[in-house]
Design a protein around this ligand. Structure first.
Ligand SMILES: [Zn+2]
Ligand SMILES: [Zn+2]
Length: 108
């Protein structure tokens, strides 16, 4: 069976493995809890680093909605891609912090 993966041989974000809770998904992106940081992370469905600016704001908006719906912390969008530099994704990190372990959850 031929591989359906586009581009890279192995990319965790393209595989979109559901290792953690998924908060949101649509045709443009999906949002799940980052395994490492324990904060919500939006992932573009395209293996590329440079979404057009309207797509970028769209994804940041969806990310903000998830934070509002599922959490109660003030966030900022961190799209410095440290671990997977070739596939666009952005974390919603708590203001003044980095990791989300033990963050208060809002009403679901
Ligand atoms: Zn990828
Ligand atoms: Zn992370």
């Amino acid at each position: 069976m031929p591989s359906a993966f586009p581009g890279p041989e192995h990319c965790d974000l393209c595989e979109a493995a559901r290792l953690t809770e998924w908060f949101y998904e649509d045709d443009v992106c999906w949002i799940a809890e980052c395994e490492i940081c324990a904060v919500p992370m939006v992932v573009w469905r395209v293996h590329s680093t440079s979404p057009a600016s309207d797509l970028k704001s769209y994804m940041h908006e969806k990310l903000a909605n998830v934070v509002e719906t599922h959490f109660t912390f003030e966030h900022f969008v961190d799209d410095n891609m440290r671990n997977i530099p070739d596939h666009y994704h952005a974390h919603a990190r708590p203001v003044g912090g980095f990791f989300g372990h033990g963050l208060p959850r809002g009403q679901q």
